[in-house]
Design a protein around this ligand. Structure first.
Ligand SMILES: NC(=O)c1ccc[n+]([C@@H]2O[C@H](COP(=O)([O-])OP(=O)(O)OC[C@H]3O[C@@H](n4cnc5c(N)ncnc54)[C@H](OP(=O)(O)O)[C@@H]3O)[C@@H](O)[C@H]2O)c1
Length: 340
């Protein structure tokens, strides 16, 4: 089959990649749409997946498609079913299953920037029935992470939520938090996105290079922020903690400026603020999210759809970070409409 492989740092090549027969518990999925995450860009740029080399690896984790072949023991899917990949295939329910880093598609497992994907049936899920493949492909990593970062469906009625950034996870978090009843403030490096973010429900949009933590206190009339979502921009975690309301939560999601942060412990001790680490979610979390999206008719925002043959361009669109929606790569020529 055709697939993209990482050939050097920052380099992708479309190659003929060997395919294997599915085992009894596995399915083969014909990929229609692939959605990019910042993780994919970081992995391709560095040609590393954690401590390992990613040379020869097929990148990307998030895809939607149809079941083409079912292994002999597979009962949950049939040929022709619409499916999406799950970002952390080994996590079924409850807490994360182990202390080790969980394997994901596109590092260390082979990824989905390919014609077909073969993996255990439990590595896939059913998308909401109202979403076509371009929209469904955006859900496995970014949407599920946002869903858990906002609390997995708990009501946020009357609460203030602050979200840093306006990329994939941030925009899903804005959509979910708004639907759960929160008033949401976005902190962005690019305030020209204000109108689009307000249309999605943002109460206010603040400039990341300004005194946004003071502004958050003004906007909330001194109460502080009940829930904030940190993408790892330098210095943001400490500022979010400093403006948290008593008993507030800071969800730690992103690492856009690296894995380290310096943080003042006072808000955690004095005001009972909690840190909530988020690593995507389980199969059960994914099912709860899709049910919610279906019930509330929430549709992912897509910025651009790029043909499979031009996949490298899609990575450049993501790198530019000009938009607020997801970047999708489409395999079968239907890339004119984001919703197709
Ligand atoms: N924990 C998890 O399970 C999980 C899951 C998915 C993603 N992540 C992580 O969460 C972060 C966001 O992922 P994403 O897929 O939403 O990325 P994305 O679509 O590229 O969005 C990232 C956003 O962060 C803001 N940002 C602030 N400082 C930045 C910087 N120095 N470099 C790049 N962006 C910066 C930008 O918004 P403005 O331009 O508006 O400021 C940008 O749009 C990444 O670090 C990713 O690895 C973690």
């Amino acid at each position: 089959m055709q697939a993209y492989e990482i050939t050097a740092p920052g380099q992708l090549a479309l190659v003929q990649h060997p395919e294997r027969e599915p085992g009894p518990q596995e399915i083969v999925v014909e990929v229609r749409s692939i959605a990019l995450n910042r993780r994919d860009l970081t992995l391709v740029d560095s040609a590393r997946s954690g401590p390992r080399s990613a040379i020869g690896l097929i990148p990307c984790s998030d895809a939607a498609g149809r079941v083409a072949v079912c292994g002999a023991s597979v009962t949950e899917f049939e040929v022709g079913d619409a499916v999406v990949t799950r970002f952390l295939p080994d996590w079924i329910s409850g807490r994360p299953p182990s202390r080790d880093v969980m394997p994901a598609f596109g590092g260390p497992h082979p990824g989905v920037l390919a014609e077909r994907v073969t993996a255990a049936a439990t590595s896939f899920a059913r998308p909401p029935t109202n979403l076509g493949p371009n929209l469904a492909a955006t859900l496995p990593c970014a949407a599920l992470t946002a869903w858990r970062a906002v609390g997995g469906g708990d009501s946020l009625a009357g609460q203030w939520v602050a979200i840093v950034g306006s990329g994939g996870v941030s925009v899903f978090a804005l959509q979910f938090a708004t639907a759960l009843g929160a008033r949401v403030v976005i902190v962005t490096r690019d305030v020209t996105k204000t109108e689009r973010l307000q249309k999605l429900g943002a109460t206010a949009v603040l400039a990341a290079d300004g005194p946004w933590h003071d502004q958050l206190l003004e906007i909330t009339a001194g109460r502080g922020v009940d829930l904030s979502i940190d993408m790892g921009a330098r210095g943001a975690l400490s500022r979010l903690a400093s403006v948290a309301a008593p008993g507030g939560i800071v969800s730690v999601v992103g690492v856009v400026d690296g894995m380290q942060a310096e943080i003042d412990l006072a808000p955690f001790i004095r005001r009972g603020v909690s840190l909530r680490g988020v690593n995507a979610g389980s199969r059960v979390d994914f099912a709860a999210m899709t049910q919610f999206m279906q019930a509330r008719q929430i549709e992912p925002i897509i910025e651009a759809v790029v043909p499979f043959e031009a996949a490298a361009d899609a990575f450049e669109v993501l790198r530019a970070a000009h938009g607020i929606g997801k970047i999708v790569i489409r395999r079968d020529g239907h890339f004119a409409s984001p919703r197709s």
